[in-house]
Ligand binder design. Sequence first.
Ligand code: BGC
Ligand code: BGC
Length: 595
Amino acid sequence: MHVAQPLVSRPTDISVDSLAEQMTLAEKIGQMTQAEKNSIPPEDVSTYFVGSVLSGGGGNPEPNTPETWASMVRAYHEAALKTRLRIPVIYGSDAVHGHSNMRGAVIFPHNIGMGATRDPELVRRAAHVTAREMMAAGVHFNFAPAVSVPQDIRWGRTYEGYSEDPSIVVPLGVASVEEQQNGDPRVLASVKHFVADGGTKWGTSLTYDWIQGNWQAPGDSFSIDQGNADADEATLRSVHLAPYVAAVKAGALNIMVSFSSWQGTKMHANRYLITDVLKGELGFSGFVISDWMAVNQIDRDYRTSVTSAINAGIDMVMVPYDYKLFIKTLTEAVESGAVSQERIDDAVRRILRVKKWLGVFESPFGRDDLLASVGSAEHRAVAREAVRKTLVLLKNENNTLPLSKNALILVAGRGADDIGMQCGGWSITWQGDHGATTLGTSLLEGMRQVAGDSAEIGYSADGQFEGSEKAEIGVVVVGESPYAEGMGDNGNLKLSAADQELVTRMRERCSKLVVVVLSGRPILITEQLAQADAMVAAFLPGTESQGVADVLFGDHPFTGKLSYSWPRSIEQVPLTALKQHPDGPLFPLGYGLTY
Ligand code: BGC
Ligand code: BGC
């Protein structure tokens, strides 16, 4: 029976120890549970003492606005405060490039582009804007930064990694963690995915066999995502662990475990790396969270899965659907002795310490005063600057760039006028989408704004322009359709046939041809490079594509340097193959022209 306790009257004096001592097993296991908002009604946060709620990719309220986000999240905060001990819930989301699920939020370039800037200060400013837009909606917990070090660009999460080189990832990952956690507003950064998510081998993903029985993902989907990394321990440490060592030193208080395996063992069951290395050797004092239903992949028997994961050192489980089953299973595991009371107490203390540090006992809610700043001109200006600095100039012959503001310019390619495509995955929806998915400026609109009235800019998505006279300048925007984890695994990395034909058509039509590539990774452009006078890698710039126009027209310089090496052909993929290939890359890591 629960004895009514006085409400915590001076929350700043909250003592984690005395709170933990008062907690029942149900309250403790509740804290260790993270459910998804589409599964859990707010009242179950009260009933089951749930410690965290998340929005998965695209887990948005309907309609999707900053105000509906704020009230959706507030209902969970209020529910948590109805529990006996009034322990606040923290709400999590993938604000991986801005608070990018929320329509109207500013969307920054994906990490691959931020890697090209090599600019920790810029990463900090982007993280600050992101934290403001998260907190406007009451979201305290960000599943970012990814500090993946992708070694195989066929991986559909390549763009989530700053670079293939850990020495580029480390300072940018640290900057993101520090600004999120020490800035104002403060949010909890989740550093992910621990560890070697970027080191998996093509063809080793078992995900859909495991979860969905015989379900076959289309094409190459789930070929490498969630697969196995077979690196030896020295490589694991020097390439993939390095960003965690730095992030923990910088004060990181949350780490998300990877779906992937290391040497055949699921990371979620890897006690050595999670408990001995991360919590022991590195001295990580925060809490470890599992990835989306990843615990279920450990074993076909759910009880075994839960027991292994908690005993490996996972403190909070992103369930995300059947939280009642998770709670029941973990409770039974504790009662039977399969999971010790000490392990539960350690997990709960870690979670409570982080909540105390985060300040949610004093201020459990979001910051309504920040709602007006969502998508503001000030916030967008930071993203526009970021976009400029991400761009890498791959080729520039015949004085093609910068473009003149007094010219007739023919713009082609669906990517030129497609906000969804320039945002990529993890934007409004999990996989992202084409079209006007959110508020922002397309590249075409940006060019028209920046060039002003003196330029004449014509547009045709498929490059069909009236007349047959050659235009002085053509700009063709090609690249990848949006994708995210799993679905974005791609074994050929070619431009679509339509994009290839478009470049050829525009080549014939224009005296000088600029090709802008929108992509989440290096793709195969060797033939188009020969056709173009100038070529720009723009990666996935997000909502503020005027930044691309600023640089194309020469108002700002090109300063970006490739954060991944760019292969000539698929034979040069993955990175180990490229390193052994006699021809060398099309462009090496660090390449980038300037003007
Ligand atoms: C992804 C994580 C993400 C989580 C919540 C998972 O599928 O791997 O990166 O944070 O979902 O959306
Ligand atoms: C969710 C994502 C999650 C994924 C994992 C999706 O439905 O929206 O957040 O990462 O499932 O399978």
